[in-house]
Design a protein around this ligand. Structure first.
Ligand SMILES: C[S@@+](CC[C@H](N)C(=O)[O-])C[C@H]1O[C@@H](n2cnc3c(N)ncnc32)[C@H](O)[C@@H]1O
Length: 218
């Protein structure tokens, strides 16, 4: 028999599913309509600095290992990482994005394991890890809040000791809905088992941030 709580929980779960469905449909529509605005084909300097080293004696390149990209779009950064010696798995929720990424990786002659699926449901995908690097360019900040803990769990389970997560995200002020966006405080609270080691504001006209997190050694 339904108690008031089970009725309320069922309602919450349904609302959550509706929210996920609305996000997915909006993303699919972007890819259906042509080239999405974020699909610049340019690897951000923040990723280049991490992978190749910031240059001029400021630090060393990161030795290649295994990388998982969350929300890879049409594959610009997965291709970049593969070209720099990384073994790359890249995931996107939108089938059309993965199709385009597949065409682009083939044209580039690089090997990337491209997976159509949900970054918050990694157990359903063939992405066991462990990974030394996770890269997220504006995926997490659009994930409905009720799926974000599952995202964190998926990464934590797949993190090699000392793994890094480099994440770019928009602040909540950049959106006109009630749930999108990410803050340093949220990441500190949600990513238990990780340290937020750097927060660098982006250069966009709205609030954006580059976050670096490190998985603590188990
Ligand atoms: C703003 S776009 C950025 C795409 C790509 N990182 C780039 O910079 O070109 C966000 C991407 O994350 C994907 N995405 C959003 N939610 C996702 C989820 N739960 N799982 C996997 N991909 C997701 C979207 O389909 C979209 O391709």
């Amino acid at each position: 028999m339904d108690t008031p709580n089970t009725v309320r929980d069922a309602g919450g779960a349904e609302a959550g599913r509706d929210e996920e469905e609305a996000v997915r449909r909006a993303l699919e529509e972007y890819y259906r309509a042509g080239k999405p605005p974020w699909d610049t084909g340019v690897t951000p300097p923040e990723l280049v600095a991490l992978i190749e080293g910031p240059g001029e004696g400021h630090g060393a390149a990161l030795p290649p290992g295994r990388a998982l990209e969350l929300g890879c779009g049409t594959g610009t950064n997965a291709i970049y990482l593969a070209r720099h010696g990384w073994e790359v798995v890249a995931v996107d929720l939108v089938g059309r994005a993965i199709e385009l990424a597949r065409e682009r990786t083939e044209a580039a002659g690089v090997d990337v394991r491209l997976l159509h699926g949900d970054a918050t449901r990694l157990d359903e995908l063939d992405a066991p890890g462990p990974f030394d690097l996770f890269f997220d360019l504006s995926c997490y900040c659009g994930i409905p809040p009720h799926r974000r803990d599952a995202y964190v769990t998926g990464l934590t389970r797949r993190a090699a000791p000392g793994a890094r997560l480099l994440m770019f995200g928009y602040g909540p002020e950049a959106f006109d809905d009630t749930f999108s966006g990410v803050t340093a405080d949220e990441l500190r609270a949600r990513f238990s088992g990780w340290d937020l080691v750097d927060v660098t504001p982006g250069t966009n006209p709205v609030p954006t941030f580059w976050f670096t997190l490190r998985a603590r050694d188990a």
